[in-house]
Design a protein around this ligand. Structure first.
Ligand SMILES: Cc1cc2nc3c(=O)[nH]c(=O)nc-3n(C[C@H](O)[C@H](O)[C@H](O)COP(=O)(O)OP(=O)(O)OC[C@H]3O[C@@H](n4cnc5c(N)ncnc54)[C@H](O)[C@@H]3O)c2cc1C
Length: 367
């Protein structure tokens, strides 16, 4: 019988494991992949979480993350605007960041099962049963679901959103390019948008949210990029001038922004498993870390008392994140079409106070 089993070792799972282990709980993380590995992610992290990471000695100073302070936006026809970022952020690859946090957790004595997939989780009268694909069955007092935006467990837990199809795909590259190191840019194209920002080692992340419909129409990723993304002259220049470092891109399907619940069948959901904010807000990683902190502090405060944590976490999660995720979904409507993204570019160009206010609606206070 473990105190806590954490399913998924991304940012939410790793940060939860570290905070809970430091507080004296016996923690086991089950992750289906082996570190280090690449993930589809823009790798721009809002400074909302920087002070917290520094205070917990979880900020990867040794990687010299890029410091990002300007936002650039272009419409599919190349109309461009720029504004300073209020809070700003830093750029670091998930390959390096997640591995750094994994090493920290290991050093603290967190127990890992990797690469192991969880097949099912069931709430019994006073404990949970967790079934894995290769290490057997485990029991624990609490379970944290940190398994990201989409997992087979969503189906097993009969979560509502899992039956809705999503029209989005995510694609990511690492590239070498002569580009501004302090900028995070969002270049729109028909049906999606592509972000670019620097990470460690003079490398840039190039990552986009595109549509399954376009991929189906053009049959493969290179043709879709040439026919759809390159219509934006900024993207055409980036794709033509860049040196691509991966043999092939990282790709994910079914990127869903549907509303979810923070507790399902007794399992506490953190990070994307509780709700994914649209990538244009640049806040998913900060939210994953922030929700992990919220949940861990409540588990510590209520000494693992499940019913008390259920109500405190549901209240706390809704108060901190529900509105931000909703606003992100509404803002996303301004992207991916020519007329609406020109409107957004006009807003950034002509009304600094309104665009800063809009941006703040998806950002939290530094934690
Ligand atoms: C295209 C795109 C661009 C983005 N860009 C940005 C950005 O620039 N900035 C930003 O802040 N956010 C961005 N995000 C969002 C960000 O990537 C996520 O919010 C963040 O990764 C969430 O972390 P997490 O720990 O919740 O989930 P993840 O990092 O996805 O980790 C979940 C883990 O669970 C594991 N897992 C799943 N199922 C099982 C199972 N059954 N058993 C065991 N393990 C399992 C997975 O292997 C994975 O390692 C972007 C998202 C997309 C789609």
């Amino acid at each position: 019988m473990k105190d806590i089993i954490i399913i998924g070792g991304g940012l939410a799972g790793l940060v939860s494991s570290i905070l809970l282990k430091k507080a004296g709980f016996e923690v086991m993380v089950i992750e289906k992949k082996g570190y280090p590995f690449h993930r589809v992610c823009g790798e721009y992290i809002s400074n909302e979480v920087k002070d917290f990471l520094l205070a917990e000695e979880l900020y990867p100073t040794h990687l010299a993350p890029a410091e990002i302070s300007r936002f650039r936006l272009s419409s599919p026809d190349g109309n461009v605007a720029e504004m300073p970022l209020d809070l700003g952020g830093f750029g670091v690859s998930r390959y390096a960041l997640d591995d750094f946090l994994y090493q920290k957790a290991l050093a603290l004595g967190v127990h890992f099962l990797i690469p192991t997939q969880v097949l099912s989780v069931t709430q019994e009268e006073d404990h949970f049963t967790v079934e894995t694909n290769r290490d057997g069955i485990f029991k624990s007092k609490l379970v944290i679901g940190a398994f990201g935006k989409r997992s087979r467990l969503d189906k097993q837990l009969e979560r509502r959103f899992i039956n809705q199809r999503s029209p989005y795909i995510g694609v990511k590259y690492h590239i070498k390019l002569d580009y501004d190191a302090d900028v995070v840019a969002l270049h729109n194209f028909q049906g999606g948008y592509c972000g670019i920002n620097r990470v460690e080692n003079d490398t840039f992340n190039l990552c986009y949210l595109g549509s399954q419909k376009s991929l189906k129409k053009y049959g493969n990723i290179p043709d879709m990029e040439a026919q759809v993304l390159w219509k934006n002259p900024h993207l055409k220049a980036i794709f033509q001038q860049a040196e691509f470092l991966f043999e092939k891109p990282e790709v994910i399907n079914e990127v869903s922004f549907a509303a979810k619940k923070p507790v399902e069948k007794g399992v506490f959901m953190t990070g994307d498993a509780a709700g994914l904010i649209t990538p244009l807000c640049g806040n998913g990683m900060a939210l994953a870390i922030h929700s992990a902190k919220l949940l861990s502090e409540l588990i510590i405060k209520h000494e693992g008392n499940h019913p008390k944590i259920v109500s405190a976490y549901t209240r706390g999660w809704n108060a901190l994140f529900k509105q931000r995720l909703w606003t992100g979904r509404q803002l996303q409507r301004l992207f991916g079409s020519s007329s609406l993204s020109n409107l957004a570019v006009g807003l950034v160009k002509n009304s600094h106070s309104l665009s800063t206010w809009l941006m703040k609606q998806t950002h939290g206070q530094p934690i």
